[in-house]
Design a protein around this ligand. Structure first.
Ligand code: ADP
Length: 261
């Protein structure tokens, strides 16, 4: 139930491994640390990684008397709610082997049948791709009128990823979901010893595409191995990596792109 959710933001990518779930968790944690009530919904049926990233893997969820799923809450004041298909699996190694209709009905149930309570922002980590379950997510967002602010697309800077982002842009346009911005991830690695930046996966391709497609670039993130450990301690880059490009980018996103919009 998203009746008392003020804003929904989708986080999308066409490929896996580009940092979509990392961005989703960091968006949720940054908003949470800014004092807001936040939910994160992991709809990545085939690779749910939010429970791992937020270190809540061994939790199980239950259905309330009304038949709605109750999310996991973090923090004493329960301002961070987490729900993932991963909570319904017996083991992290269990694959989901479902055909389209079962996947789409699960997605519908996940979007409509969770007792989120009062939330300022719900961040939805969506599966990579543009097929059955992705169309269902977009349909659900259009049905819940007035709640979905739009989608943020995460990409890496190299040409092969950018080609997919072009498809994602077309997909969002066809499904009538606004694209809020592009986040370019893994844009170079700065050596901690000599401070030289090496563009391991090329650089600035996301920026170029954003400008070509007339979509705002929300930020360019470097490769920073420290980022993977933070969310496991329920810590955002704002507090955990306070003097870093990551923190600057997320600070700007939260203050100037999300809350102001
Ligand atoms: P996706 O959701 O797109 O599959 P993930 O967010 O799970 O990608 O990221 C894949 C891996 O890359 C994870 O181990 C994550 O910690 C790591 N990662 C993501 N972004 C960065 C980054 N900017 N610097 C270093 N590691 C990163």
């Amino acid at each position: 139930m998203v009746d008392n959710v003020q804003h929904i933001i989708l986080v999308k990518s066409v490929k896996g491994g580009v940092g979509k779930s990392t961005v989703s968790t960091q968006l949720a944690l940054s908003l949470w640390e800014s004092g807001l009530r936040v939910g994160i919904l992991d709809t990545d049926i085939c690779g749910p990684s939010i429970p791992y990233l937020l270190n809540v893997e061994n939790n199980s969820v239950y259905q309330s008397e009304s038949g709605k799923w109750v999310p996991i809450f973090k923090g004493d004041d329960k301002r961070l709610a987490i729900m993932s298909i991963g909570f319904l699996l017996n083991s992290r190694d269990d694959p989901i082997i479902w055909r389209g209709p079962k996947k789409t009905s699960m997605i519908r149930q996940f979007i409509n049948d969770i007792e989120w309570g009062d939330l300022d922002y719900l961040i939805v980590d969506t599966p990579p791709g543009t097929s059955d379950e992705h169309i269902t997510i977009m349909e659900c967002m259009n049905e819940i009128t007035g709640k979905c602010d739009g989608a943020v697309i995460v990409t890496t800077p190299q040409e092969v990823s950018l080609e997919d982002v072009r498809k994602e842009i077309t997909f969002c346009k066809k499904t009538k979901i606004q694209i809020l911005g592009i986040i370019e991830n893994m844009n170079g690695f700065t050596c901690p010893n000599c401070s030289e930046c090496t563009p391991i996966f090329s650089s600035d391709g996301g920026k170029a595409l954003a400008s070509y497609a007339n979509i705002p670039i929300w930020g360019t993130l470097p490769i920073d191995p420290r980022v993977g450990t933070l969310s496991r301690n329920t810590q955002s880059v704002l507090s955990g990596l306070s003097n870093s490009t990551f923190a600057d980018v997320f600070n700007d996103i939260v203050k100037n792109k999300i809350i102001k919009s």
